[in-house]
Design a protein around this ligand. Sequence first.
Ligand SMILES: *Cc1c(COP(=O)(O)O)cnc(C)c1O
Ligand code: SF4
Length: 462
Amino acid sequence: MSTAVLNLLPTVPVPAIKPPVEATSLTYRDLERGPFWQKIPAYREVDEKQFLDHSWQAKHTITNIAKLLKALEGLVSPAFIADAEEGFKRAPMSVRVSPYLLSLIDWNDPYGDPLRIQFVPVASRLLPDHPKLDLDSLHEQQDAPVPGLTHRYPDKALFLPLDTCPVYCRFCTRSYAIGLDTEGVEKVHLRANDERWRKAYEYIASRPELEDIVISGGDAYQLRAQQIEDIGMTLLAMPNVRRLRFATKGPAVMPMKILTDDAWTDALTKVVEKGRALHKEVVLHTHFNHPREITGITQDAMNKLMERGITVRNQSVLQRRVNDTPEIMTQLVKRLGHVNVHPYYVYVHDLVKGVEDLRTTLDTALYIEKHVRGATAGFNTPIFVVDAPGGGGKRDAHSYEYYDRESGISVYSAPAVKAGQLFLYYDPLDQLSDTMRRRWADPAEHEVMIRLALAKAREHVR
Ligand SMILES: *Cc1c(COP(=O)(O)O)cnc(C)c1O
Ligand code: SF4
């Protein structure tokens, strides 16, 4: 009998009993505890009380290259140090690394370490930018009615009250604004400024359709307690505003602030409680990318927020050699769930200057998504999105109108955001075939490939 016929026969029911799983294999539950930071020569004498002190972390955060390289002396080879020095010279982001983060990096393997890759550039691994890349690829500034307020979607807006963060990430989409100017990039500055904030509030109040405000930056960790309260209470008082999210990288790079900066955590709690009394949602959005960023300290911090009834959601960025395998992404998702953080999004890496080595193909994102979905609760399963270059907003990665894996061009539409327009995303060139790389080396060929992709997409779009 052929297999085709066999498949049509009723199958004999097999008892669906799952074999037990060895408890020791559930490694997402094994969180790093103990004085792991004492491996770093500079922190050998630092005890737990000091390490958990948020002001000690802030004060010892490394903000220039010379200090970083000094902290690494003896931990890594001089060749690596020279490579990093050159890497920073060419990077669009300035340096900012917390002691906590520095301690989580495995300096025995600086080239392979997934945390090092995200924060410390090395020149030898850099790749040329994609020819279609510009600095503000999401066109946040073009969709901004007031500086630092992006109104792209019908009912929600992104408010950037300031332009600093507790750390600076290589992959930052806002490298056009965040941090200090670098050798290559002079930035648009969005300082904490009453007049600018007032204009943003006026705009939000004048738009009845705006219900949902993301307070990002920069980073809400950098706001003083009083500013958290002022922004939160001002927005909650507007009848049209129904939902607030404070966005911060903080829990991933300095979780102890939640444990020891009582003023800050209390201010957030106050806004959440005020929201609850008004039947409005106030939550925290954060940004973990790798399971090793979640430690026992993180768990203690997330427990504190849970006890206060504060919902935390996570947005990750998919990055090559950081989290671009089904195993690592599944481990991240399970570990986030374990510390009561909801995985919300995984972003396919934006087209950002100077970090081509971090981007993956769209195909990689689709493959990982397929493996992650089903591993845990649906509400703890992130949606993989492409933030469409040119301001189309976030699109489910699977929802492309057309994707040519050969040229690496994908095409999206966003009917609810910018009806009638098509948006293009490009896979990194080094992942394409030699033939395709040669085509991309010829600017005359770009238009040919793009026109073809758009024509194919138009056949499909509705
Ligand atoms: C991401 C984003 C939002 C929030 O979008 P959600 O899909 O609701 O998380 C709002 N405005 C802008 C400009 C954004 O980039
Ligand atoms: S914390 Fe966020 S905004 Fe700040 S540098 Fe990192 S990715 Fe950019």
